[in-house]
Design a protein around this ligand. Structure first.
Ligand code: 13P
Length: 252
């Protein structure tokens, strides 16, 4: 089975309302005629609804949230539920981004609950994971990644794996300008696919798109996307410029 090719932009905590509108509109215009590539943008929460309207008639263009609460509703000041995100028109949510794990101390237990909430509200997941530099330097990167995957995804319902996307984002490559080499990315993505086959089945593992994230940009996307097990990218900095995002979109 052919896996979906995906370019996702994680805007993190960037852009004003007007800049967000202009960027999404520009991506929409520039991606006309680009067939078979799924685009997903992850803007800050206040822009979800406005951007959902921009993409609503597009076949391959979606909006997602960068996070959701692990709770369904209630007295959790400042939190936003999966149901609220879905009602704003979003179809995806990122779960497990390293910045959430590091700066907000998110645990595997919370990630499992966030996934459950998201699935209950019909949001699709991009599950993010990746090793720190010291883990790679100590040759612990495979072990670390396997643990991150197994501990969370063993709770993920098999019947919804056709909607699951995952993103390998080595922490040492995020925002540093230091990208994994295509060989490093392919080696890890193949390992991740093998791990997915152990968690789910080989058949399912072959269908799950695995995205690479970490200083992926207009210059290096082609090389990375040419790797057999790299099915697209989760782009940070380079997704904030329509031209760069569109070059990346055309890099398959
Ligand atoms: P950069 O592309 O800025 O390294 O960020 C990657 C990332 O964290 C995407 O989620």
């Amino acid at each position: 089975m052919k896996r979906k090719k995906i370019v996702a932009g994680n805007w993190k905590m960037n852009l004003s309302w007007v800049e967000a509108f202009d960027l999404a509109t520009s991506i929409k215009e520039k991606s006309e005629g680009v067939a078979g590539i799924q685009k997903i943008i992850f803007p800050p929460l206040p822009y979800l609804q406005m951007l959902s309207v921009i993409v609503e008639d597009e076949a391959d263009f979606f909006v997602g949230a960068q996070n959701c609460s692990e709770h369904e509703k209630g007295a959790y000041t400042g939190e936003v539920s999966a149901e609220m995100i879905e009602s704003a028109g979003a179809s995806f949510v990122l779960v497990g981004h390293s910045e959430r794990r590091m700066y907000f101390s998110e645990t595997n237990e919370q990630l499992i609950q966030k996934i459950n909430q998201a699935l209950k509200s019909d949001l699709k997941i991009i599950f993010c994971f990746g090793e720190h530099l010291n883990e790679r330097n100590n040759n612990l990167h495979f072990e670390t990644v396997k643990q991150q995957l197994v501990e969370v995804l063993k709770h993920y319902p098999k019947e919804k794996t056709n909607e699951l996307l995952i993103a390998y984002e080595p922490v040492w490559a995020i925002g540093t300008g230091e990208t994994a080499t295509p060989a490093q990315a392919q080696e890890m993505h193949a390992f991740v696919r093998k791990t997915l086959s152990e968690i789910f089945s080989n058949e399912i593992a072959q269908t799950i798109s695995i995205l690479y994230g970490g200083s992926c940009n207009a210059q290096n996307a082609k090389e990375l996307f040419s790797c057999e097990d790299v099915d697209g990218g989760l782009i940070g900095g380079a997704s904030l410029k329509a031209e760069d995002f569109c070059i990346i979109m055309n890099s398959f």
